[in-house]
Ligand binder design. Sequence first.
Ligand SMILES: Nc1ncnc2c1ncn2[C@@H]1O[C@H](COP(=O)(O)OP(=O)(O)OP(=O)(O)O)[C@@H](O)[C@H]1O
Length: 267
Amino acid sequence: MTSIIELKHVSLKRNGQWILRDINWEIKKHEHWVLYGLNGAGKTALLNMLCAYYFPTEGDVKVLGKVFGRDYLAEKLRQKIGLVSTKLQQKFYPSDTAFEIVLSGAFASIGLYEKPTEEMRQKAIGLLKELSCLHYADRAYETLSQGERQRVLIARALMSEPELLILDEPTTGLDFLAREQLLESIEGMMKKESAPTLLYVTHHVEEILPIFSHTLLLKRGEVFDSGETKEMLSAGKLSALFDSDVSVIWDEGRASLRRKVQTIDAE
Ligand SMILES: Nc1ncnc2c1ncn2[C@@H]1O[C@H](COP(=O)(O)OP(=O)(O)OP(=O)(O)O)[C@@H](O)[C@H]1O
């Protein structure tokens, strides 16, 4: 099976501090992964590396068949990766419509500077429909809710038919219902045969859908463990990850966590 991401003994130092240490990770085509870790675990640093914004201090990074430092062109590589992150959300022009924002994905630009073809327009309409956002296609970005914006940005990311789609904490700022509806849309989208490999970054176990076959647990810049999701989300493993006792409750293929409160006997 083709590798989408291959990291070998990758470490990253920034401002004299090690942020990532000895990361080994392989994502194969058609596997869908979760990158899970608490605040400050190094998730953003790792994503910045995968998208060629950071260069490893040590080790080898290969993304979509391109070896960093040897045969890759950052811009070209990024065009093959669909990235949806909160940081990206803030870059769009408030008066651009949802339709224009989705279309801009075909040119990998912020704003629409080239005339889209009829084929692009049809594709954008199809994606807006698929992500249930066609009814606000003509609304200005600034008038959209957080959940609506995320849907539009996922549709935009899919315009260029990326081989890898990275969703970086896409449910930030969503209420329970909006979160669940977005997760349902993501699940539906990933069931399509033409779906890209998906990397979903989160610090909420509840968001890990059954479609995510694999999970990498990141702790203080190191791989704590990685493998099949079901195995990674065990009470023992997560308690060790958090340095705090938790129990895991499974319901319809999704896990949720409870922190065990230590009770001290009065006697
Ligand atoms: N340029 C930098 N210089 C020094 N330290 C940095 C730099 N960038 C990140 N760090 C540190 O590296 C650690 C990992 O940061 P990172 O933002 O990757 O974590 P994260 O897992 O994305 O966290 P969160 O879930 O809170 O967004 C943090 O302790 C952060 O302060």
